[in-house]
Design a protein around this ligand. Structure first.
Ligand code: MLT
Length: 199
């Protein structure tokens, strides 16, 4: 997968996953706000929706192509295993930072693979799939940034995601902003505070 890797000074790796229409450049400024010492692995989604990069296909807004989601989640997980070998980082030290479509594929990694991530910061995620049994996520820290007036991710979707992840043992913190789907500076700051305490 197309990506940027920047070697850090600690053994932590921040996996950056952009939103629809974004690139691997988008979330780079966030990494230094969250963890200046971590290595950074920023990946571009392999799917193109009318020229806009995404991490998996959707049938329409808010309705995912589940078969493609599962396939692309596998692809990303395999890519992470290979990148760990190539760059020599510890596969168990990867913390995802995803926005929107990127948060959804990060959520999907948690839904499908045990120990795929050490923790996750999900900005404006949805429930990636319903009705499946999750792997054991015992003690895994997850931050969810949500907007009270997000037309793409209704508040109930955020509450459902928290409940499903907690049902598998994750420790989930929801942070609410009064705005919509936009990623705000304040929620990034809140995520950075949470990260310092939890990881
Ligand atoms: C998605 O398709 O992953 C979500 O609807 C968010 C988006 O990327 O627009």
């Amino acid at each position: 997968m197309k990506h940027i890797f920047r070697q850090g000074t600690s053994d932590r790796v921040l996996l950056l996953l952009h939103g629809t229409g974004g690139t691997e450049e988008d979330l780079l400024p966030l990494s230094s706000l969250i963890d200046k010492e971590a290595s950074v692995l920023s990946v571009r989604g392999n799917v193109s929706e009318n020229g806009m990069p995404r991490f998996f296909k959707r049938l329409r807004e808010g309705v995912f192509d589940e078969e493609d989601l599962v396939e692309r989640t596998n692809e990303l997980n395999t890519f992470l295993n290979e990148a760990a070998d190539e760059y020599g980082f510890h596969r168990g030290k990867v913390v995802a930072v995803g926005y929107s479509n990127g948060a959804n594929i990060a959520g999907s990694l948690l839904f499908h693979f045990e120990k795929s991530l050490e923790g996750a910061i999900l900005f404006h995620p949805m429930v990636p799939r319903r009705g499946i049994e999750l792997p054991d996520l015992d003690g895994l820290p997850v931050f969810i940034g949500a907007g009270e007036n997000d037309p793409i991710c209704p508040a109930q979707e955020t509450e459902d995601l928290k409940e499903i992840l907690e049902g598998a043992g994750a420790i989930v913190t929801n942070h609410w902003e009064k705005l919509g789907h936009r990623l705000t500076e304040n929620e990034v700051r809140e995520a950075a505070k949470w990260y310092k305490k939890q990881l």
